[in-house]
Design a protein around this ligand. Structure first.
Ligand SMILES: Nc1ncnc2c1ncn2[C@@H]1O[C@H](COP(=O)(O)OP(=O)(O)O)[C@@H](O)[C@H]1O
Ligand SMILES: O=P(O)(O)OC[C@H](O)CO
Length: 501
């Protein structure tokens, strides 16, 4: 059996898998979100730990099998979220600053104005943004009284959520992270495979507080026996989006997954080569196994399922997100209506923070069904934008898109995704792909499964094949791109025509 710990933004989950990678039991606790100021998002590190431990204990208790049958633990986590704690007492010196937190945006602007964008992209594969961990750690060191001095004396330890959980589980014996989490900090040099001295210096992060970086499929020590009554080895650690890629067994270059939640997280495996993006995508580590690093290109869509929530809460056109499928099915097509849900600007590949949402093509015949349908289609169009950019950057075609997340239950959306991509979309049998990915890697590392066996674990539940004619596909996609171009820069556009008439 493998125990998978999935520490996400909104909950801590634990799932116990048997030797066939079937779920035996699980436990789950919500995570409190704290928003102390506009743009700030924090989590309580003690609650993260306690909820994760409780979820793990619940999963074990709910199974009828004794804990000594657990071969290994795999950890997967919300990425970028960072914290600092006291090496001796184990007490965090400040709450964990969550990936969504924007408080260090000004520092990031300053780094850009100092011309650091090229260096950071070359070394880390990332764009300069408050999303990543480094500026969050620097903020804690700058704002907690005495923190820099204590860090200088070697009294403090820093880490992402994986590092915090490993340190807690091992009773303070192991201060380590894995290559995927390291690759989200903006300090990890992808080419040298180590923390980058120049970047640590520029970002003012003392090297002594950083964890050792290990392979994702590796040895992260053993859990102290006080937690589960016996020692259990930790044999995989990887960020949650990478774990989902692994859980979909996207193990070959060219394979990709899309998670349709509030936003969309799209990752494409590019093999053992770190591909630099020319289209605003991130280069990130997919996982490290043996001596090899495998890389991925990553692109995010900010507003995906959130647009469906807008139909529900903002416009009142549907009662639940699931209703969107029935409502959209009332019409055969969106009849020229295009919804661009650029509510918070546009992410990859456009990167326009001044874009704003718009609806195009309205006629007297437009109904709520057209609006709902066009909104669902916007998830697929935005995903194609990212996937097209990936294919260009990677110089390889998408082989198949594997999907998970709340919105994949929507068959109409999945069919449209296949139509607009012109490639198959595979919905797999198992919804908890993230937890499964961490379990599969832990099982592989500890010899429970072979690489060949993994392919048989998360098989297709339904494959959506493209049915749209290629001319129609490109006509529809062309209309989308035209619509997007008209939303760009909207926020700056206000008042431009004043006084003209
Ligand atoms: N049947 C559906 N059709 C379209 N969207 C859906 C459907 N079910 C859920 N959603 C959307 O999926 C999102 C929830 O998915 P989930 O994977 O739980 O998200 P997250 O992990 O980001 O909270 C919501 O934004 C919701 O609007
Ligand atoms: O916890 P999730 O599923 O919202 O994922 C968060 C991502 O890892 C942030 O990069």
């Amino acid at each position: 059996m493998i125990l998978s710990l999935d520490q996400g933004t909104t909950s801590s989950r634990a799932i116990l898998f048997d030797a066939e990678a079937e779920v035996i039991s699980q436990g789950q606790y919500e995570i409190r979100q704290s928003f102390p100021r506009p743009g700030w998002v924090e989590h309580d590190p003690e609650q993260i730990w306690e909820s994760q431990l409780a979820a793990a204990r619940d999963a074990i208790a709910a199974s009828s099998v004794p804990a000594n049958h657990i071969t290994a633990i795999g950890i997967t986590n919300q990425r970028e979220t960072a914290l600092i704690w006291d090496k001796i007492t184990g007490e965090p010196i400040y709450p964990a600053i969550v990936w969504q937190d924007r408080r260090t945006a000004d520092q990031c602007e300053e780094l850009k104005s100092r011309g650091m964008a090229g260096v950071i992209a070359d070394k880390t594969g990332l764009v300069i943004d408050a999303y990543f961990s480094a500026t969050k750690l620097a903020w804690i060191l700058d704002h907690v009284p005495g923190a820099r001095e204590r860090a200088g004396k070697g009294e403090l330890l820093a880490g992402t959520i994986d590092t915090w959980l490993i340190w807690k589980l091992t009773g303070g014996a192991v201060h380590a992270t894995d290559v995927t989490n390291a690759s989200r900090t903006m300090m990890y040099n992808l080419h040298e495979r180590q923390w980058d001295e120049e970047l640590m210096d520029t970002l003012r992060i003392p090297p002594s507080i950083l964890p050792e970086v290990r392979m994702s499929g590796g040895d992260f020590g053993v859990c102290d026996q006080q937690w589960f009554g016996l020692e259990i080895p930790i044999r995989s650690v990887l960020g949650d989006q990478q774990a989902a890629l692994f859980g979909h067994t996207c193990l070959e270059a060219g394979s990709a997954k899309n998670t349709y939640g509030t936003g969309c997280f799209i990752l494409m495996n590019t093999g053992t080569e770190a591909v630099a993006s020319r289209h605003g995508l991130l280069t990130t580590v997919a996982w490290g196994m043996g001596d090899e690093l495998y890389y991925a290109l990553e692109g995010s869509v900010f507003v995906a399922g959130a647009a469906v929530q807008w139909l529900q809460e903002g416009l009142g056109l549907i009662v639940t997100p699931a209703d969107s499928e029935e409502k959209a099915s009332e019409v055969d097509e969106s009849e020229g209506v295009v919804v661009v849900p650029a509510f918070t600007g546009l992410g990859a590949p456009y990167w326009d923070m001044y874009a704003r949402g718009a609806i195009f093509g309205l006629t007297r015949g437009t109904t709520s069904a057209h609006l709902v349908r066009a909104t669902l289609e916007s998830l697929a169009f935005q995903s194609r934008d990212v996937i097209d950019a990936m294919q260009k950057d990677a110089g390889m075609p998408l082989t198949d898109l594997r999907v998970d997340g709340g919105a994949v239950r929507n068959n109409l959306l999945m069919q449209f995704q296949a139509d607009i991509l012109g490639s198959e979309v595979t919905r797999t049998t198992y919804a908890e792909t993230t937890a499964l990915g961490a379990a599969l890697l832990a099982g592989l590392t500890s010899g429970v499964w072979t690489r060949e066996q993994l392919e048989s674990f998360n098989t297709a539940e339904k494959v959506f094949s493209p049915q749209m004619e290629p001319e129609e596909r490109e006509r529809r996609y062309g209309a989308w791109q035209d619509a997007v171009s008209r939303t760009m820069g909207w926020e700056k556009h206000e008042g431009k025509h004043e006084g003209r008439l």
